[in-house]
Ligand binder design. Structure first.
Ligand code: ADP
Ligand code: MG
Length: 842
């Protein structure tokens, strides 16, 4: 067997267990597991001489076609199936069996003796295919039955169809499906969006104008009045022995038919005193029933619903469900948590969230469900983190640091304490055999690039390559130029991979990367899109992570090997958000700016003051400094945007600063044009740079001291802070001038916050409060989970606790084998598609 074929086979196989460990996130490989596996299985097919191997390779190739676009469930099943084919291939190519070990590695069996040893710790491939589908050995059968028994109670209400609940049937089951309700559990967890408090019951004699109350009385009159054509008023009087109260309905004639004289009714609503009588407009009403009331005389739930399914129907159905399953609803949360927080049990809590007896109870049970929701979420993150942190999956970079030390010695500054601290974290991660998955946070200008450079150098020193991905070409190029300059003395090859490379240049670069001739590659998305093959990538860095989606961050794993990953963000993410979005990452923070930095002075002025502003800019330029003028993004059209920037630059050049050089930069310019402009600005041949928001992130020109932002009210706080971060990066006092005439209070508030604080974390928190997590730099696309009960702002304390508990649970019982964790396991599998069996090969 040719060793070349074995090499290719090894390449094919290597990321499969990693992908399994990552549970089918398509992230086992830098650039996407799917792209990788498709390209290598193809190569295997091409290189093979034997038909059998060819056909097996092609089978494997087909198995992974469309992998990236399919559901997690489907990916799991494909991964499981792939092991069979891989094993057949191993037999053909290596003459050996392959086993999946518990820690996620694939093991090739070398001889019969060790084969038995391995068998102890693993199961043969026949067993793998049967995972999930019943057992072909007694041990797992037993285990399954036991698990079934444990979760029987839960299953009972958890999964049965709602059809059999009183008041539902086929008809309503179909309608409720449109609200996403299919199983009993969906119904019980269909929580109110709000409540009406009609719990105050009063005698009519004691009513007062404006009171929100419930009144019980016998129907004494039903009248229709038609004061003019097209208007009908129905008045129903009820008497409780102390007086009469009238329910009033406009243009709802059917109401007449509902009430009968002599029947006892409850009316709830806001009381109005009108012409000597008490009235309630459109009262909530309900016939008195000795089983208790549902729509009045209590705190009444209001459900999110759609046309055709009214509140009363939903309340009735949920009431019936609660009654039916009372006593058979088990507990979801483990007892150590129930004890620790003294939570209401699930049945009580469900009763309490739908039909609370009082507000205090409601708050208590709401807290429980917020916890439950966040706890489950954090469990997933904890499991994911655990999954990606297996030994032997990562690279243990050598402990030598002479290259790093030499580089540090060549700098004209010392690292700040914070930089040293985070570098220690990173270094430790890199030297360990575990995989690094670290988020590096640091305010704009905190000096993250240097830290990234150290990580890249460490990788190179150990004989590996390094990659750094940036969100824009301008930024990628800046990093590239910076690295080239700084690394000149060190004989290190740096490459720049961006979308605008010419085909030939790209081909050459890709070959150099694959051949290991390039040590460090800087690039944009091109880096993950081109399916490039690193010879041996040791560390992958994502700069300005917030500009990439969570998915893209996740795609930053490697080709074949599994590099350490460092993601960096300058947009400070409030801790609560970070815990939710990046909860599976370790976090390091640079919380100190390099010495000598003067905070940027920020002023907010109206458009009237432009003349004054421009003379200020002039003074700074005369001192030798440079300035940015940023035009906002016009949402509707990028060309309008560019037009306004173009016009402004022409105006400034001709009418305001004709003795200086004004430059223009926008996103639609060709890459080499952009490069040229940035080069000139860097060299101070351009004094004033008029730009769209393309310069928002990362750009580092320490000589620039003024940032003028036009129509600043159009920007979010995080964005303004980023823009402001382009100045104040050197030793000069710098200024940010916001030109804005906001019309809304929120707009004014934003301007004020900017002038008050230069602390990115403070600003981010304010932004989060002003706009809410959904809007906060578009977190929705960033993988922010939809929370039903919990509010990560209000419930941040609960979040911290839930996180701590979840991580502890996963540490204590990583496979959820404990009896009381069985139910959680069920929920994670059913509701969050978490596939424990993917690696459950005991
Ligand atoms: P950011 O964290 O926003 O990416 P950069 O890494 O671009 O910030 O650093 C901003 C500027 O600060 C750069 O000019 C860099 O050379 C400089 N710098 C970084 N660390 C230090 C330090 N310890 N002392 C002095 N200047 C530093
Ligand atoms: Mg940066």
């Amino acid at each position: 067997m040719g060793s070349r074929l074995e090499d290719i086979f090894d390449k094919v196989v290597k990321p499969i267990p990693i992908e399994i460990k990552l549970r089918g996130l398509n992230t086992a490989v830098f650039g996407g597991f799917d792209t990788y596996i498709l390209s290598w299985t193809k190569k295997l097919e091409e290189e093979a001489n034997e038909d059998k191997i060819k056909s097996l390779s092609s089978k494997l190739h087909q198995l992974f076609e469309g992998y990236g676009g399919t559901t997690l469930d489907d990916r799991h099943s494909r991964l499981k199936r792939s092991l069979d084919i891989v094993n057949d291939l191993a037999q053909e190519i290596k003459g050996r069996d392959i086993f999946l070990l518990k820690d996620g590695r694939l093991k090739v069996i070398k001889d019969s003796k060790s084969k038995d040893e391995v068998r102890e710790k693993s199961i043969p491939k026949e067993g793998l295919t049967s995972i999930g589908g019943g057992a072909n050995n007694k041990g797992s059968e037993l285990k399954e039955n036991k698990a079934k028994r444990r979760s029987k109670d839960l299953e009972y209400f958890w999964q049965s169809s709602i059809k059999y609940i009183k008041g539902v049937g086929e008809y309503w089951a179909k309608r409720l499906k449109s609200l996403g309700i299919e199983e009993v559990k969906d119904l019980l967890y269909y929580f109110p969006r709000d409540y009406n408090d009609w719990s105050q019951c009063k005698k009519i004699r004691d009513l007062s104008n404006g009171a929100k109350v419930t009144v019980e009385g016998k129907v004494v009159s039903i009248n229709q009045i038609s004061p003019r054509r097209g208007m009908d008023i129905i008045k129903v009087g009820i008497n409780d022995g102390t007086g009469t109260l009238y329910g009033v309905w406009f243009n709802q004639k059917y109401i007449k038919k509902i009430f009968k004289k002599g029947q006892s009714y409850l009316f709830s609503g806001e009381v109005k005193f009108s012409y000597g009588n008490f009235e309630i407009n459109n009262p909530h009403y309900e016939e008195v029933d000795f089983n208790g009331s549902l729509h009045t005389a209590r705190i009444v739930p209001i459900y999110p619903t759609k046309k055709g399914i009214n509140q009363k129907r939903l309340r009735r159905i949920i009431r019936n469900t609660l009654d039916k399953y009372k006593g058979s609803i088990g507990e979801v949360l483990p007892s150590f948590i129930m004890d620790k927080y003294n939570f209401a049990t699930l049945d009580k809590a469900l009763e309490g969230i739908h039909f609370p007896e009082d507000k205090k109870l409601l708050r208590k049970v709401r807290g429980r469900f917020a916890y439950e929701e966040l706890f489950l979420l954090q469990l997933i993150l904890a499991l994911r983190k655990q999954g990606s942190q297996s030994e032997d999956l990562g690279i243990a970079h050598p402990k030598e640091n002479s290259l790093v030390d030499d580089f540090l010695a060549s700098l004209h500054f010392e690292l700040t304490g914070a930089q040293q601290r985070v570098w220690k974290d990173i270094r430790k991660d890199m030297e360990s055999e575990y995989n690094m998955n670290r988020l590096l946070q640091g305010d704009v200008g905190a000096g993250k690039t240097i830290v990234a450079t150290l990580a890249l150098l460490k990788s190179v020193e150990g004989g590996f390559q390094g990659a750094m991905m940036a969100p824009t070409e301008i930024l990628a190029e800046q990093h590239y130029l910076g690295l080239k300059e700084e690394l000149k003395p060190f004989d290190i090859e740096v490459g720049l991979l961006v979308g605008s490379l010419k085909a030939k240049e790209k081909r050459e670069l890709l070959a150099q990367i694959e051949g290991g001739e390039v040590d460090i590659v800087v690039g944009t998305h091109a880096l993950i899109q081109e399916g490039i093959n690193f010879s041996n990538l040791g560390v992958a860095i994502v700069d300005e992570q917030h500009r990439f989606g969570v998915r893209q961050r996740a795609t930053l794993q490697e080709k074949g090997t599994n590099p350490d990953v460092l993601v960096m963000t300058a947009t400070p993410i409030p801790r609560t958000l970070a815990l939710t979005l990046y909860g599976d990452l370790d976090v390091s923070v640079i919380d100190e700016l390099p010495p000598g930095r003067k905070p940027v002075l920020t002023e907010w002025r109206g458009a009237k003051a432009k003349g004054e502003i421009y003379s200020f800019v002039r003074k700074e330029i005369e001192k030798g400094r440079q300035a940015y003028v940023v035009c906002p993004l016009v949402e509707e059209s990028e060309s309008l945007d560019i037009e306004s920037a173009t016009e402004l630059s022409a105006y400034l050049q001709e009418d305001v600063f004709n003795d200086f050089k004004v430059g223009l930069l926008h996103g639609k310019m060709k890459a080499n044009e952009k490069e040229e402009i940035m080069e000139k600005f860097r060299e101070n041949q351009i004094n004033i740079l008029v730009s769209t928001t393309v310069i928002e992130v990362g750009v580092n020109i320490p000589n620039a001291s003024v940032m003028v932002i036009e129509d600043a009210q159009r920007f979010g706080l995080a964005q303004l802070h980023q823009l402001r971060g382009r100045v104040g990066r050197g030793k000069y006092q710098s200024y940010c001038i916001l030109i804005a005439d906001p019309t809304t209070d929120e707009g004014k508030e934003r301007m004020k916050i900017m002038t008050k604080s230069t602390d990115g974390f403070v600003i981010a928190e304010e932004d989060l409060h002003l706009r809410g997590p959904g809007e906060f730099f578009g977190t929705r696309q960033h993988g922010m989970p939809d929370l039903k009960v919990a509010d990560i702002l209000r419930d941040h304390k609960i979040l911290e606790k839930a996180r701590e508990d979840a991580f502890k649970l996963v540490e204590d019982d990583p496979d959820f084998n404990k009896e009381e964790n069985q139910i959680l396991k069920d929920i994670l599998v059913k509701n969050y598609n978490y596939d424990f069996d993917l690696l459950d090969i005991s």
